[in-house]
Write a protein that binds this ligand. Structure first.
Ligand code: AMP
Ligand code: ZN
Length: 453
């Protein structure tokens, strides 16, 4: 039985799907810059969720949005549009910038073994749906007009703070928000007017004038289009609870009169020296920077699996180095195993228990290590193959080590000596190879070389 922690109820609940296919909507990237490893932690978490559901026999339909318009530089509907700002700075078309960063994001997914969503949905390709939804809200009396746009009146929606469990007055407390001519501090823009027609690259006609959608509306419009008015699971980072997801619930439920989402799952932040990091603050690495430092994306995935998704994880290169070492050790041990074509039911059950307990990946990794250390356990290879459906760590993929040419030559020479039964020379060469940091093992198919750990 799969249990998931639902932010809406603040409880671990048994997961019950609405229909045959589990609908998941995962808030995706804003594509005006690279996604840093903090963002990627959140996508590793939603990937694990998807993989656990598949492992448990569910069918899954996952939708992820690509925010390529309308995400302002502050959550409070102020500031510039992030895409427009980046386009102006780089002197490029907003759509080119969006596509460029989206492609890199997809490459990161591949490197991190994150399964691609079944549907990618771009905000700019769903303007019609967003306008339709705003029209619905307008017809039901939830909207009003100010000098700069059409706003959602949160005082008209009874349960506005239910996800964040905050009293209305407490929402966004501590932030300095200019009210403009908003009626309530929590009201948010559904549609923003272009201040000067023709100045923005991205603007559209609408019943309210030329402009562009607010950020929150895209997620409601696109999730309901692809998954229905009520669907199973919505994911995102924990920062989305008080504003973005709170607003999504308000506008969706106000429009349909139905419950929007059954399970809300949030990933805790990756922190950096104890501080929250975001793109606007800079400071956190992107995948290619880790690669330049000699790490692989999967080292980072292994690191992430070592912390529960609801616990904040403090990032340091030292932690990453430890994860890399542990992951390499794990792969080396697995490489030496012999397949006996069996499954170890006991360890697989313990593994399932861990992943079904609100995706407890640290525990799941413990089970794997315990099985590997258990000299009496059989069926290791086939069990690892099953476990890796969820872990996504390429555990059975051979470690491809770069062997320097010099070593390769010595190994060849040694092979020749062995063939000629010149054991003395063969032993000498083994020692020379060892002195250079490599070891040779004589397997049936020929010599195997690897770096000494
Ligand atoms: P953004 O592109 O800024 O909208 O963020 C994309 C996703 O990453 C969202 O689900 C955010 O909640 C999440 N996110 C942003 N910063 C972090 C962080 N430091 N750690 C984990 N997740 C984050
Ligand atoms: Zn969203």
């Amino acid at each position: 039985m799969l249990k998931l922690y639902n932010t809406l109820t603040r409880k671990k609940q048994e997961f019950k799907a609405i229909g045959k296919e589990v609908g998941i909507y995962s808030c995706g990237p804003t594509v005006y810059w690279y996604q840093h490893i903090g963002n990627l932690r959140t996508y590793i978490f939603s990937d694990i969720l998807k993989r656990v559901l598949l492992f448990d026999g569910f069918k899954v339909k996952q939708v992820m949005n690509v925010t390529d318009v309308g995400h302002l530089t502050s959550d409070a509907d102020e500031g510039e549009d992030k895409m427009e700002k980046a386009a102006a700075k780089e002197g490029k078309k907003a759509s080119d910038i969006a596509n460029y960063y989206w492609e890199i994001f997809k490459e990161d997914f591949k490197k991190l073994n994150i399964l691609e969503p079944d549907i990618w949905s771009k905000a700019t390709e769903h303007i019609k749906e967003q306008i339709e939804l705003i029209k619905k809200l307008e017809a039901k009396g939830y909207t009003y007009k100010t000098a700069d746009g059409i706003y959602f009146d949160t005082s008209k929606f009874k349960d506005y703070g239910k996800l964040a469990k905050l009293k209305k007055e407490g929402l966004q407390a501590g932030k300095r928000i200019s009210m403009g001519d908003k009626k309530n501090i929590t009201d948010f823009a559904l549609w923003k007017f272009s201040t000067e027609i023709g100045k923005r690259q991205q603007e559209w006609n609408s019943p309210w004038g030329i402009g562009f959608p607010g950020w929150h509306i895209e997620c409601s419009a696109m999730s309901m289009k692809y998954l229905g008015e009520t669907f199973d699971i919505h994911t995102g980072g924990e920062d989305h609870v008080p504003i973005h997801h709170t607003n999504e619930i308000a506008q969706s439920e106000a429009a349909t009169g139905k419950k929007f989402v059954n399970y809300w799952l949030h990933g805790a932040f990756l922190t950096f020296k104890g501080e929250k990091v975001s793109k606007s603050k800079g400071g956190l690495y992107i995948v290619s920077e880790l690669e330049e430092l000699g790490y692989k994306a999967l080292d980072y995935r292994y690191l992430c699996l070592g912390s529960h998704y609801r616990t904040q994880m403090d990032f340091s290169l030292e932690n990453l180095k430890n994860a890399q070492n542990a992951y390499q050790r794990l792969k080396n041990i697995i490489q030496e195993l012999k397949d006996d074509n069996k499954i170890n039911e006991r360890y697989l059950k313990d593994f399932e228990k861990a992943i079904d307990d609100d995706l407890n990946m640290p525990e799941a990794l413990q089970v794997l290590w315990k099985m590997l250390r258990d000299g009496k356990a059989s069926g290791k290879i086939k069990t690892i193959e099953k476990m890796d459906e969820v872990l996504g760590l390429d555990l059975l993929k051979k470690v491809e080590e770069k062997i320097p040419e010099e070593i390769k030559k010595l190994v060849e020479e040694r092979e020749k000596a062995r063939k000629a039964k010149d054991w003395k020379k063969s032993d000498e060469l083994r020692e020379r190879i060892k002195a250079l940091g490599f070891e040779v093992a004589d397997a049936a198919e020929g010599a195997r070389v690897r770096k000494i750990q």
